[in-house]
Ligand binder design. Sequence first.
Ligand code: SF4
Ligand code: SF4
Length: 368
Amino acid sequence: MKSTVYYWNLRASMKAPADQRLRRMLKVAKVNEHLSSGDLAAVKVHFGEAGTTGHIQPLYYKPILDFLAKAGARPFLTDASTLYVGQRGEAVSHSLVAARHGFDPNILGAPVIIADGLKGADQKALPVKGKHVQKAFIAAAIAEADFLVAVSHVKGHELAGFGGCLKNVGMGCASKKGKMQQHVTTGPELKGENCVGCGACVKACAAGALSVKAEKAAINLKKCVGCGACFLACRHEALTINWQTNITEFMERMMEYAAAVLLNRTKPSAHINFLTNIVPDCDCMGFTDAPICPDLGILVSLDPVAVDQASVDLINKAQPLYPSALPAMLKPGDDKFLALRPHMPKDMGLDYAEKLGLGSRDYKLVEV
Ligand code: SF4
Ligand code: SF4
């Protein structure tokens, strides 16, 4: 059966401004019908790594939070700690990044709660019937929340190819231990001839798996947790992933985590995908590159697979933008995510998500 995905193309007017349009989308998707008075509603956010500008801006959250509060819920903004060494690796720095990026409870009417506690160890073990994962470690505040709204900035992603709702839920709602369990297959390969011995990867590696000896990086794979931070830190293309052997399993583990988060809940969750600032890489990168296509709109659905499939389809249909990281000569309709990362599976993991029972790739788009 086709799932419904509601779509707003970002056109607005004095009579129908953005906040009103967003609340209307949630109403037509009947999100309020799944909320009970007093529900603690987790709104899963990516606050943006320090230095990024492409993440969803805080004022876009206001109508979503107002809608939830009007339906009787008590919403809070939340994310879990990262594995890599950055500004979001523990709750103190993470909360400060959120504050610096304008997530102010006095303005938004909802507090920021880092879901996996001070050091990323506050977690719940949830069952999942996966090929690789049977017990998933999910950030406690998200696992315990009565309702979940995943608000996802859609863009390319250096490890997952495409970053949308299922990436935000699967990886983003996992505790540090849960993130390690997903990344365990993605250790680095060293191209020694490119290494200049700068040591940037050593500083980025929280696991102490990297060192520089005789002006070349060295890896202790026994210590590596596969977080990917060193790939982001190296500016000399000296560290890469062995994509052929690892990427499919990595994607499957991430989808299994999304299943653990969503299929253990008693109520459906709401999924809001922002197709704005559609850049080639994740908001974890510490910079924001030029977009690969124009802003396209906002999608709302109760089906996380359908909302991601609709996002991929709309982006691939759109006019490619240049200058950008896209290879030249793409036309509307060409697959932008595969053009950026040809090693990725064409379905971006959505086929396996569907098999896990997370939702349907078959959808109907309804303009609101
Ligand atoms: S060596 Fe392993 S643990 Fe260290 S940053 Fe790279 S991927 Fe992460
Ligand atoms: S960041 Fe890259 S170039 Fe610098 S030491 Fe590490 S592998 Fe070598």
